[in-house]
Every structure is written in C-alpha cells, then in structure tokens.
Ligand binder design. Structure first.
Ligand SMILES: C[S@@+](CC[C@H](N)C(=O)[O-])C[C@H]1O[C@@H](n2cnc3c(N)ncnc32)[C@H](O)[C@@H]1O
Length: 271
C-alpha cells in the first residue's frame, strides 16, 4: 500500500519526466505566452530589483530570468527539470537542479524569490513557501504566480477537442496533477493561507488579466500543442499528420478569442 507522500513523489517524478521531454517544445510554444506572464509577475514586485540577488524558482527555459536580467537584477535559476535548464544554457544565469520543497541553497542567500507558474506544480505548497522564506533575506520579497481555478482560456478546450479527434487522451499524471496539485494555489484564499502558514508577512494575492497575444490562433495552437501533457502524443505523429492536426486546430479556433490569460500573483514579505 502506498501513502499520499509516495503518490506525490511518483507524480513529481512524472511531472519532471514530462517537462524533460517537452523542453524544446516549451521554448518554441508556451514560452511565448509565459514570457508575457513573467513580465507581469516581475512588474508586480513593488520594489526595485536592480542589483538584487533573485532566485528564479521553477525557471524552466528561462523567461523570468531574462526579464530579471533585463532589469539588471542578479538571477539564479533553479528547476526540478535539468533539460529545461539546459535550454540556451550558455546565454543564461547560473542554474542549479533542485526541488522547491527542499531548495539547495543556504539560508538568506537571496533578496527575493520569483516563482513564475511553478508553485502550482508542487504537492506541499506551505513547505515550498517555507523554503522560499528560508532562502530569502530578512525584509526580502517572495513573488509567485499561479492560475485561478476554473479560469480556463477557451483555446484549451478547442485544441483538446481537435487533439481527441486525432486519438489523444489526457495522460493519467496530468489528470492527477490538475486534481491534486494545481488546485490549492489556484484558490486565492488557500494560496494566501499557505504563505501565512509558512511564516511570511504582508501577504496579498491579486488576480491579473495579462495580455499574452492569444487572439492569434497560431500562438494559441503552438501553446497548447507544446505543453508537456500534449507534446508526448503530438511527437508520436508523422510530420504530415502533425501538420494536419495543426491546421485543423487553427481552423477550429474561433475569431475573437480573448488575448489575455488570468493569473494569480502572491506577494509576501520575509519577516
Ligand atoms: C509551467 S513551467 C514554468 C517555467 C517558467 N517559470 C516559465 O514561466 O516559463 C513549470 C516549471 O516548474 C518546474 N517544476 C515543477 N515542479 C517543480 C518542483 N517541485 N521544484 C522546482 N521546479 C519544479 C518544471 O520543471 C517547469 O520547468
């Protein structure tokens, strides 16, 4: 018999493996959207980050690191998935593989943590936020984003419907991830409560509507076909069938889809 902790470990392994296989796809599809989200997150910092030591937690292929470097902050990247960190390695700040629930850094090593769409992948939200607090210096900032529960962009259903016609089925790990792991950080009160329980102060959670260009069906389809839970299936198709899938998904995307995505931003201060 396996307990919940074992199930969480198994799921974390599956998440890591899926992101590992999707690293190149992520960079050529979802990263376009996530770059806008990272810009909006960092803009919500409410304090100057120039010259500051900032941990980019769940850095992925580096969109938030890039935003931070453009501000002359001093980012360090950490991610569970080495393959994500390897993307454009030579052009990126220092990077370390590690888990948000047990960060491989000493206490107070940073002035701020920026976790762009990462904590919604972590089974124990309070534990991860406690780690954010531990590695951040006194009076430093913890800034984290997630997606509000139930606020799905219509492109998700449209593209999934077309994928299903081509034989796609949601992988088991993704269904478990959505149901068990992503939910708590998608609820503003639960997200804030986890930060308070982690010992953080001045906790706020705001919902933003971020302009990400999803009114362009090509951007929307590239985003959805290159996610870790879809790319495994898409990669099994021949290039001809993949092209057909892409064209049908673009054709099925109605004109006038919202160009924005809703995002939650948690902002908190280390005592
Ligand atoms: C949605 S992607 C976001 C990547 C990047 N921050 C961005 O905005 O494009 C989530 C990232 O979190 C990483 N991740 C998932 N679980 C993690 C964990 N427990 N600890 C650290 N990183 C994790 C994944 O490997 C992935 O790179």
């Amino acid at each position: 018999m396996t307990g919940m902790a074992d199930e969480d470990d198994d799921l974390t392994r599956e998440i890591r493996a899926a992101y590992g296989r999707a690293a190149d796809g992520w960079a050529s599809g979802p990263a376009t959207v996530y770059r806008h989200l990272a810009l909006a997150l960092v803009a919500a910092a409410g304090m100057p980050l120039t010259g500051r030591r900032v941990l980019d937690l769940g850095a992925g292929t580096g969109v938030a690191s890039e935003v931070l470097s453009d501000l002359d902050a001093r980012p360090t990247a950490v991610d569970l998935t080495v393959e994500m960190l390897r993307h454009r390695r030579q052009h990126r700040p220092p990077a370390v593989a590690g888990n948000a629930q047990a960060l491989p850094f000493r206490d107070a090593a940073f002035d701020a943590v920026v976790a762009a769409c990462c904590l919604n992948h972590v089974p124990d939200l309070t534990r991860a936020l406690r780690e954010c607090r531990r590695v951040t210096d006194s009076a430093g900032l913890v800034l984290a984003s997630s997606f509000p529960n139930g606020a799905d962009h219509p492109a998700k259903a449209v593209v999934e419907e077309v994928l299903t016609r081509f034989g796609y089925q949601r992988p088991d790990w993704y269904a478990a991830f959505k149901a068990r792991i992503a939910e708590p950080s998608g609820d503003p009160d639960t997200f804030a409560r986890a930060a308070i329980d982690a010992g953080l102060e001045e906790v706020t959670v705001d919902q933003l509507d971020v302009e990400v260009g999803l009114d362009d069906p090509h951007t929307a389809v590239q985003w959805r076909l290159n996610m870790p839970h879809t790319l495994d299936f898409v990669a099994t198709l021949t290039s001809r069938v993949r092209g057909e899938l892409y064209e049908r998904a673009v054709a099925a995307s109605p004109l006038g889809m919202p160009s924005t995505v809703q995002m939650l931003v948690l902002r908190a201060r280390v005592p």
